[in-house]
Design a protein around this ligand. Structure first.
Ligand code: IPE
Ligand code: IPE
Ligand code: MG
Length: 248
């Protein structure tokens, strides 16, 4: 183990799965083929995370902004999401994976919504890996919803404004009750967050890789975890403080 690093496996990994379109273009194939290939990476990375003992895996699958893509591409993505969840649910149950849906799920087509809901229900009893699927999700959407509900509670008189603290905000997010991501991975080479988990990644370790999502396999996940293990997470303290704490 590197002397500086925490050496631990991240409890919560969040991934911005980017690069499907470029993967397809490099092969002179249509963007939908890139998305179909991306589903295979979701399968192998979920299995790998579960095997590695990760407790939460949060996947950014479709953003609020992605609704602005050409209608045919949105349609393809919706069909892929529906068919993938139908196909994968039995194995997820076998592997004890618990599905959570994060985002404005009501905006999805009714059949896809029903497929996702069926998958969620079927894995409700599972207590292994928590697989958070972010669909029609954006962080500003999530924060706006949270503010709306907090304001409603204040208006009803069940919450006093002076009692609002960070915990109040946390508990009104889609990730309520979950630890913040320890590690945020973005594939596909872009160096941006694209409206993902803005509140929750306040102290996450960031890992950007040029590897396109359809090419991202378990060995790449292990590489990212190794980098994470060698980072020193200081949370505002000095290196000396952190080292002394780890001895105790
Ligand atoms: C990520 O791949 C999948 C979604 C955003 C739904 P992209 O489709 O964004 O792939 P690139 O960025 O065009 O390569
Ligand atoms: C981010 O990818 C959203 C998902 C991975 C679902 P995009 O490809 O939509 O991101 P931008 O728009 O290039 O930042
Ligand atoms: Mg992209």
């Amino acid at each position: 183990m590197h002397e500086k690093g925490c050496g631990e496996t991240p409890r919560h990994i969040a991934i911005i799965m980017d690069g499907n379109g470029r993967w397809a273009r490099e092969r002179l194939r249509g963007r939908s083929e890139g998305h179909a290939e991306g589903v295979n990476s979701v399968h192998s990375i979920t299995k790998a995370a579960s095997d590695l003992g990760v407790k939460y895996l949060t996947l950014y699958a479709f953003s609020t902004e992605n609704w602005n893509r050409p209608a045919a591409e949105v349609d393809t993505l919706m069909h892929l999401i529906g068919s993938a969840i139908r196909k994968e649910t039995p194995e997820l149950v076998t592997n004890n994976v618990h599905i959570n849906l994060l985002g404005d799920i009501d905006r999805l087509p009714a059949e896809v919504h029903a497929d996702l809901e069926a998958g969620r229900k079927a894995t409700e009893h599972c207590d292994g890996l928590n697989l958070n699927l972010c669909l029609s999700y954006s962080s500003r959407w999530e924060l706006t919803e949270a503010v709306r509900r907090i304001a409603a509670e204040a208006k009803e008189g069940t919450l006093a404004p002076e009692d609002i603290d960070e915990q109040t905000i946390d508990s009104h997010l889609a990730t309520a009750g979950m630890p913040d991501p320890d590690l945020l991975i973005r594939t596909g080479g872009e160096l941006r967050i694209s409206n993902f988990l803005l509140w929750q990644i306040a102290y996450s370790e960031l890992y950007f890789t040029p590897v396109l999502w359809p090419d991202f396999g378990p060995s790449h996940l292990i590489d990212a975890i190794d980098v994470f293990r060698n980072r020193e997470r200081r949370f505002g303290k000095t290196s000396e403080q952190v080292k002394n704490e780890s001895i105790l």
